[in-house]
Design a protein. Structure first.
Ligand code: ZN
Ligand code: ZN
Length: 396
């Protein structure tokens, strides 16, 4: 190599600027990774669209979907098909632990060059938790949190915790999470054409309003929710430190320990004590099924085993084990009964005429059916009952 060429080569090496990897979209940093307030992937996507000043639907259609379309699966010929079918009605799954969460987080990572967006989902638990009953299909939010963040100048976001069905209360503000816009009375999917944290994606009104009806929490529910949120928070804080996702074997090992300690290895007797179906603990112990989060929490509560330790295979049970009684709403087996459409419709129609009007939640309690089932089968009647209650409240 001649002196000149050597010098040029050296110069190029010396002066070559250290250019970071270019991203297609703005490299927005995710909010709260490693804290209990970590935002969900759907929250991140909606904020990303807002930064680009386009509706969320445009960002998804133009940038995210073409990448997702490249993923193929043996069972699903083109993921894009299931993506579009699920779009709107199933975007909650983006925050979960299945294929939607995986593909969508990979796609958004590649667009933003933010490499840890899987931490905005529950993917780190995909080998230890069942997807059944895990996520809520519609948004839930705490208006007081939004109001507080707005006042303090904190980025408006939707914590991953709010996407979990099990979390029904904001522990910080001691109030139930809302799931219906107080202006248009609609439930909101996690991602819609105009999604934006803190605002209704249908009527675009601000959701951080605290004057909406605050139902009192009973003591048992308060204690249960505090336990649930504390344990989920520990899991979210620890997730970024996992070298690899906790393995499936942890569940079998943990279950064996618990069943041995409580009922000397008798899985059926254990099921009785925790109000599980008879076969559930045995299936978990054999590794045949993964636990549903809500059911697993019963065990964690009664035995005071931290969820994080159970999932990461670090359960320690000091003898003797004394069980803490479950709150009443957890100590009932789900009754499987046919949905009596004609009777329920009659009861809802009667509730619509009742004076004074009641909240949909109160009506559901009185009728004895799950509010989710009622709004699934009778959306118009349920909306009319809620609207009537809210109108009367505004007039009062
Ligand atoms: Zn709150
Ligand atoms: Zn609205």
């Amino acid at each position: 190599m001649s002196v000149n060429r050597f010098t040029l080569h050296q110069r190029r090496k010396t002066f070559l600027p250290d250019i970071p990897e270019r991203s297609c979209l703005y490299p927005l940093a995710p909010w709260g990774v490693g804290t209990s307030d970590v935002e969900s992937l759907t929250s991140y996507v909606a904020r990303l669209a807002a930064i680009h000043q386009v509706p969320t639907g445009i960002l998804l259609g133009k940038y995210v979907t073409p990448i997702i379309s490249q993923f193929t699966d043996k069972d699903v010929p083109r993921i894009s098909h299931s993506f579009w079918r699920a779009f709107g009605t199933d975007t909650g799954a983006w925050n979960g632990l299945g294929v939607m969460a995986f593909n969508c987080s990979v796609a958004v990572c590649s667009l933003t060059k933010q490499h840890h967006l899987h931490l905005l989902t529950l993917l780190s638990c995909h080998q230890v938790l069942s997807h059944r009953g895990l996520l809520r299909p519609y948004k839930a939010w705490c208006p007081a949190c939004y109001e507080e963040w707005e006042k303090l100048g904190i980025v408006l976001h939707e914590p991953l915790l709010w996407s979990l069905k099990l979390v029904t209360v904001c522990v910080r503000h001691q109030q139930r999470l809302q799931h219906q816009c107080p202006y248009c009375y609609r439930s909101l999917y996690w991602l819609e054409w105009n999604s934006r944290p803190g605002f209704c994606s249908r009527c675009h009104q601000w959701l951080g309003k605290t004057e909406c009806s605050r139902e009192m929490l009973d003591k048992e529910e308060e204690v249960w929710q505090a336990f649930v949120v504390k344990n989920l928070a520990q899991l979210l804080v620890a997730a970024p430190t996992f070298a690899s996702p906790p393995p499936r074997e942890n569940i079998a090992r943990g279950m064996k320990l618990c069943i041995d300690a409580v009922t000397g290895g008798n899985a059926k007797a254990f099921a009785d004590k925790l109000y599980y179906s008879a076969s559930v603990p045995g299936e978990w112990r054999r590794g045949n099924a993964l636990p549903q989060l809500d059911l697993l929490f019963r065990l964690c509560y009664c035995l005071q085993v931290p969820l994080l330790k159970f999932l990461t295979g670090e359960v320690v049970l000091d003898e003797p084990v004394s069980l803490i009684p479950l709150p009443e709403h957890q100590s009932m087996r789900k009754k499987y009964r046919p949905f009596d459409f004609a009777r329920v419709q009659g009861l809802l129609e009667a509730a619509l005429q009742q004076s004074p009007p009641k909240t949909m939640r109160q009506v559901a309690l009185e009728i004895g059916y799950d509010p989710g089932d009622l709004s699934k089968y009778f959306p118009d009647l349920c909306r009319a009952i809620s609207v009537r209650y809210k109108r009367r409240k505004l007039e009062a």
